[in-house]
Design a binder for this molecule. Structure first.
Ligand code: ATP
Ligand code: MG
Length: 574
């Protein structure tokens, strides 16, 4: 491909709209352009890389035995009614009506459509196991679309769904997808870490996320310094500190005036205690009913854990009126003492807590000497906090640390959640109809592409792994008016193309410095310079994007030399 025919307009400066480096680089290197918030056009360079990622995904899905299908993005909302997700997906789902006033949705995911499909297509155990996949556009009305392709309103996902006759068979299908994911990300040149994950709105029993460790990541990842434990912070557990020895007799509860002290810090300052000595009491409404959550004052409630413990569909913080109604006090003065009719869920670290401070359920007042066992009725003690740096590992004696990550893929064991809704059954060997056991598996294809850049770049631009680079070789023709140089460059480009190495021939009438800068910015793995000077010295200059030095190679040997370098780079990712 000739640069002059290629629609590559690189940008010198960082675009205002971009916050993270990979997004800036995708714009500057002319991979994507913004249409509006969360909506992007792929330019030719971006689309070439995207197709390469898709190809790797396809090859590995096919290798794992999954069958490619293509389901409509536009779906009747009835299907979502049937699974009960029309309500739970809420405003995150794009909805519209057709001309018959029938409610439709733009698919944020495809469990409903695929389960309905397989329920009709499969009726015997002989047809199982069956895993189908598609690479297709998804729509999500994200609260905060940002970071370019990382969190878009419209994006490309590879989604796969497995159907099995038993839990054991489903485990094998899950493992096959897990292994395929490991290969896919490795072939894309991405270092990923599988972590235990919350099952969220999709529901189900067990799941792993494939994370790319990066400071720009939106997810917190908890990992143990000593063992292999790693989990999304939404799901991460900790070994709760041992319960403190219970005092023989706690002094009686005593009220302390704390006028105007609403936050933990304000209260701690007013009482002159450490935040950890306070019992933080938060009121929630779970499926319409109020509940209380108690955690040490210096910790945050993990709402995913609370939601799971309650088994509720909706959980939100109680509003001011509800708090006033339940506690009799303004926001900031709730406490466990005397809230006898309210179900209270407390973090395990509070079991046996004595001598604590808490809200008095009375305006501008807290209480001292709280003995939780004596003064409150806790429904359940459980691990309820957001895990922090330094917490104890739930699996070993190690301590936990928190890092940032980008979720590029997700594998779920779904069980029979959707097969129940759609009565997706098949006949077993005894001729009895049984629900199929499902799994679902997603890869954010467009997000993966950008994650590669987030992980592989330097001050000059992108550093593409050879497998997903838009072109493998940037051939810089420095003197396009010089017929001999042009002939050499064009011949080499032709030779490389003939052996399956794609070349971007920079034939612009530009200064060498501009061409060098652009080649680095776009991040093409190998750079070849053909100029009057280099030819006079005996050939063309060949250099990897990652190395400082070039080698001078006679023009007639250049194709073979480059082929060797490319083969080695490809091999390293195989
Ligand atoms: P997130 O937690 O980042 O919102 P998710 O858990 O909702 O993602 P899944 O339903 O697991 O996403 O979708 C599978 C994959 O699709 C994700 O692992 C991610 O790579 C990708 N993905 C999800 N939402 C978006 C988005 N808004 N833009 C781009 N990719 C996305
Ligand atoms: Mg996910």
């Amino acid at each position: 491909m000739r640069w002059t025919r290629s629609l590559i307009t690189t940008l010198r400066d960082d675009p205002q709209e971009a916050e993270i480096d990979s997004h800036k680089l995708m714009l500057r290197a002319a991979f994507i352009r913004k249409l509006s918030g969360g909506l992007y056009t792929f330019l030719p360079l971006g689309l070439r890389s995207l197709h390469k990622v898709e190809r790797i995904v396809r090859e590995e899905m096919d290798r794992a035995g999954a069958l490619e299908i293509l389901m409509p993005a536009l779906q009747p909302a009835d299907l979502w009614e049937q699974s009960g997700r029309l309500a739970t997906m809420g405003p995150g789902m794009f909805k519209l009506k057709d001309r018959q006033e029938r409610l439709m949705a733009l698919g944020p995911t495809h469990e409903e459509v695929v389960t309905d499909l397989i329920a009709r297509e499969v009726n015997s155990y002989r047809q199982l196991p069956c895993t189908v996949y598609q690479i297709q556009t998804k729509f999500r009305d994200e609260i905060r679309p940002r970071f370019g392709l990382m969190r878009a309103k419209e994006f490309i996902m590879k989604d796969a769904y497995s159907f099995d006759t038993s839990l054991e068979a489903a485990d094998a299908s899950y493992q096959a997808m897990y292994d395929a994911y490991v290969r896919i990300f490795r072939r894309c040149g991405l270092r990923t870490k599988p972590v235990e994950a919350d099952t969220g709105d999709i529901g189900g029993k067990w799941s792993h996320e494939f994370m790319v460790m990066a400071d720009a990541g939106e997810d917190g990842i908890v990992e143990c310094a000593a063992c292999a434990y790693a989990a999304n912070q939404e799901k991460a557990e900790r070994r709760s500190p041992a319960a403190p020895a219970i005092l023989a007799a706690s002094p009686p509860i005593q009220e302390i005036p704390t006028p105007g002290a609403h936050t933990i810090d304000q209260v701690a300052a007013a009482i002159k205690c450490a935040p950890a000595q306070l019992i933080k009491t938060l009121l929630y409404v779970a499926d319409g009913k109020p509940v209380g959550a108690l955690v040490p004052g210096d910790r945050e409630v993990n709402e995913h854990k609370l939601k799971r413990a309650l088994g509720c569909k909706r959980l939100e913080l109680a509003d001011e009126a509800t708090i006033r109604k339940v506690t009799g006090a303004a926001v900031g003065f709730a406490g466990p003492v005397g809230l006898m009719s309210l179900p209270l869920y407390a973090d395990a670290a509070l079991q046996g807590a004595t001598g604590r401070f808490a809200g008095a359920n009375k305006d501008d007042t807290h209480v001292a000497n709280v003995d939780l066992a004596r003064d409150a009725r806790v429904t359940e003690f459980l691990d309820l906090v957001v895990v922090c740096e330094g917490d104890a590992c739930p699996r070993c004696d190690g301590s936990l640390r928190v890092v940032r990550g980008i979720e590029v893929g997700h594998v779920f064991k779904l069980g029979t959640k959707y097969s129940e809704s759609f009565q997706a059954k098949c006949l077993n060997e005894k001729g009895q109809a049984e629900l199929m056991v499902m799994g679902c598996y997603g890869i954010g294809v467009t997000r993966t592409l950008q994650a590669v850049i987030e992980q592989s770049r330097d001050a000059n631009g992108i550093i593409w792994p050879v497998s997903v680079a838009p072109y493998t070789v940037a051939l810089l023709l420095l003197d396009p008016k010089d017929a001999a140089v042009t002939a050499t460059a064009e011949k080499l480009a032709g030779e490389l193309e003939a052996i399956g190495i794609d070349v971007l021939l920079d034939d612009r009438e530009e200064r060498p410095g501009v061409k060098f800068k652009d080649a680095d910015l776009i991040g093409i793995p190998f750079r070849v310079v053909a100029g009057a000077k280099s030819l006079a010295k005996g050939g063309v200059e060949v250099k990897a994007r990652t190395s400082k030095d070039f080698q001078l190679v006679p023009a007639e040997q250049a194709a073979a030399t480059i082929a060797g370098l490319v083969a080695a780079a490809r091999q390293a990712l195989a």
